[in-house]
Unconditional design. Structure first.
Ligand code: GTP
Ligand code: MG
Length: 470
C-alpha cells in the first residue's frame, strides 16, 4: 500500500493522494475520498507503530539488564557493589552508613561465635570437648580464664539483636533474619547475616536530612555503636588471646578464611568515628535471599542517563529455582566461579565439592535455550585466595583428578580452569555464541574497574548487534 504523501512505484501514482480524475461523478468522488481517508488512517497507524518500535529500541539500547549467577559466596553481590561504585559512585557513597551496620554485624557475629564455640553455647554444642571448654571459662585465675572477657562482651548480644532488627525491619516474612532458611548452620562457622531481596534495607539505615531530631531508629543504632565502641578493647583482647587462638586451632576453625571477617581490624571498625573504607564495603558479607533487583543510572558525563538493572540472586541451592523467570529478559549473564573453592564443600550439602557444583551449574546455564541470544560473561573470581592457597601448599590435583601432575601454581591452575569453562561452554551451548572470560579479585577495586569497562563494552556491542544498529 502506498504510504501517505510519498509514492513512486510503477503502478501507483507519483503523488499521493492522486489528482482527482476528470469527469468524476459525485458517488465516485465520495468513494475516492473515503478510500483516501482509509489509506491515510492505515499509513498513520504504520508510522505510529514504527515510531513506537524505534522508541522501544532506543529505550532498550539505554537500559541494560544483567543477571548475576553463581553459587553462594561466589562474589555476585560484591560484583554488584563494584558496578555501583563504577557507574554511580555518588549513590554508592550515600549507602556507606548502611554498610557500616552490616560490617558491625559481621564483626559482632564473629565475636559471639568465638564465645559460643569456646564456651560450648549454641554454636559449640555438637561435639565440643567439655573439659577443655570449662578450662577456658573457669574462674581459676591460674588457667588464664576467658570468663571475665565473656562477661564484659555480653552486651554485644543486644547489639546483634538491634542490628538484625534494623536490617530486617521491612521484611514481612520474619521478625529477625532467618538464618536457617538461607543456609543451615554447621559446626565451626559463624552464622550468616542474610537479607531478602526487595526489602529496601539500605534506605532503612540511610541518614535522612529530614529525620526528626529524636528518631527511635537512629537512637537504636547510636546505642548499638556506643556499646560496640565500649567493647572495643575487649574484642581486641579476645582476638589476641592465645587461649582463643589455640582453642580455635584445636577445633579446626579458621575464621580468617570465612566471609565477613573483620576481627583483624576490630580496633578500627569498633571505633566511635568509624567510616567504612571502599575495601571494607567490598569485604562485608550479606547473604542474598531471593532476588535483589537493583537499577542504577549512570552518573558519568557522556554516558549519563543510561540505565543498568542488575538481578542479584541468592546462590545457595535452595535459592536457584528463582533464577529462571529472569532468563528471557536479560541482555547479559555474569556467571561467577569462585576459583579458590576447589577444596571446599557446599554449606547446604556437605557431600558436594564447590568447584564440581559450579561446573554443573555452568553446564545447565550454557545449555539453556532461553539464553541463546544473551551475552555470556564468565568471571573467574577470588584469584587472591586461589593464589594464597596454592602458595601455602594446598594441592589442586588432590581435589581435581583430571589436573594430573601439572604445576601447582596460580598460572597453570587458573589457565586450566579457564580452558575447562570455555570447552564446556562450547560443548553444551545450544547455538555457538561468544564467551567473554575475565580473571579477577572482586575486592580489588582497581583491577575490577578495568574488567567492568571491558564488560560494559562487550554488552553495549552485543546490544547494538541485537537491535540491528550494526
Ligand atoms: N578475598 C576475596 N574475597 C572475595 C572476593 N570476591 C568476593 N569476596 C568476599 O566473599 C564473600 C561472599 O561474596 P558475596 O558477593 O556476598 O557472594 P554471593 O555470590 O553474593 O553469595 P550469595 O548471596 O550467598 O549467593 C564476601 O564477604 C566478599 O567480600 C575475592 O575475589 N577475594
Ligand atoms: Mg549475594
Amino acid at each position: 500500500m502506498p504510504r501517505w504523501g510519498k509514492s513512486s512505484s510503477q503502478n501507483t501514482p507519483d503523488v499521493w493522494p492522486p489528482h482527482p480524475p476528470s469527469g468524476e461523478s459525485e458517488l465516485e468522488r465520495a468513494m475516492r475520498l473515503e478510500e483516501e481517508r482509509e489509506a491515510k488512517r492505515v499509513s498513520d497507524a504504520i508510522d505510529h507503530a514504527i515510531e513506537l518500535e524505534r522508541q522501544e529500541l532506543r529505550k532498550r539500547h539505554h537500559h541494560t539488564r544483567i543477571l548475576l549467577l553463581g553459587q553462594a559466596e561466589s562474589g555476585k553481590s560484591t560484583m554488584l557493589k563494584n558496578f555501583q561504585l563504577h557507574f554511580a559512585p555518588e549513590t554508592f557513597h550515600a549507602e556507606t552508613e548502611a554498610w557500616r551496620a552490616v560490617i558491625h554485624l559481621n564483626l559482632i557475629r564473629s565475636v559471639n561465635f568465638i564465645l559460643d564455640l569456646l564456651a560450648g553455647g549454641s554454636a559449640g554444642s555438637i561435639d565440643f570437648d567439655a573439659s577443655r571448654r570449662s578450662l577456658l571459662f573457669s574462674d581459676a585465675p591460674s588457667t588464664g580464664s576467658l570468663r571475665p572477657l565473656r562477661m564484659r562482651l555480653s552486651p554485644l548480644r543486644q547489639v546483634e539483636m538491634i542490628l538484625v532488627q534494623r536490617l530486617s525491619a521491612n521484611d514481612p516474612s520474619r521478625g529477625a533474619l532467618n538464618v536457617e532458611e538461607a543456609t543451615p548452620w554447621y559446626y565451626g562457622r559463624a552464622s550468616e547475616v542474610s537479607i531478602r531481596g526487595g526489602t529496601g534495607w539500605k534506605s532503612l539505615l540511610r541518614r535522612r536530612r529530614d529525620a526528626p531530631a529524636i528518631d527511635p531508629r537512629r537512637n537504636d543504632l547510636e546505642t548499638a555503636r556506643q556499646i560496640l565502641h565500649a567493647c572495643r578493647d575487649d574484642i581486641v583482647e579476645l582476638w589476641a588471646s592465645t587461649l582463643v587462638q589455640d582453642g580455635l586451632k584445636n577445633e579446626g576453625v579458621s575464621l580468617q578464611e570465612q566471609s565477613g571477617f573483620f576481627l583483624d581490624e576490630a580496633a578500627r571498625v569498633a571505633s566511635a568515628d568509624y567510616t567504612p573504607t571502599l575495601k571494607d564495603i567490598l569485604r562485608a558479607r550479606l547473604q542474598t535471599i531471593g532476588v535483589e533487583e537493583h537499577t542504577l543510572t549512570v552518573e558519568k558525563p557522556g554516558e549519563s542517563g543510561q540505565r543498568w538493572t542488575f538481578y542479584d540472586v541468592g546462590g545457595a541451592r535452595g535459592q536457584r529455582a528463582c533464577w529462571v523467570p529472569y532468563f528471557d529478559d536479560v541482555n547479559a549473564i555474569l556467571f561467577l566461579c569462585p576459583m579458590a573453592a576447589f577444596n571446599e564443600v557446599l554449606l547446604e550439602d556437605r557431600s558436594v565439592n564447590r568447584l564440581l557444583d559450579t561446573f554443573i551449574l555452568w553446564k545447565t546455564i550454557c545449555s539453556s535455550k532461553l539464553l541463546v541470544n544473551t551475552t555470556f560473561i564468565l568471571l573467574l573470581n577470588k584469584s587472591d585466595i586461589l593464589k594464597a592457597k596454592l602458595e601455602s601448599g594446598v594441592s589442586f590435583s588432590r581435589y581435581v583428578k583430571s589436573y594430573k601432575s601439572e604445576p601447582n601454581d596460580f598460572e597453570h591452575v587458573s589457565d586450566y580452569l579457564r580452558r575447562k569453562f570455555i570447552a564446556m561452554h562450547k560443548y553444551h551451548s545450544f547455538r555457538q555464541r561468544p564467551l567473554h572470560v575475565h580473571m579477577l579479585c572482586a575486592i580489588d577495586i582497581h583491577t575490577t574497574s578495568v574488567v567492568i569497562t571491558r564488560i560494559h563494552d562487550a554488552i553495549i556491542m552485543n546490544n547494538l548487534i541485537q537491535s540491528d544498529y550494526l
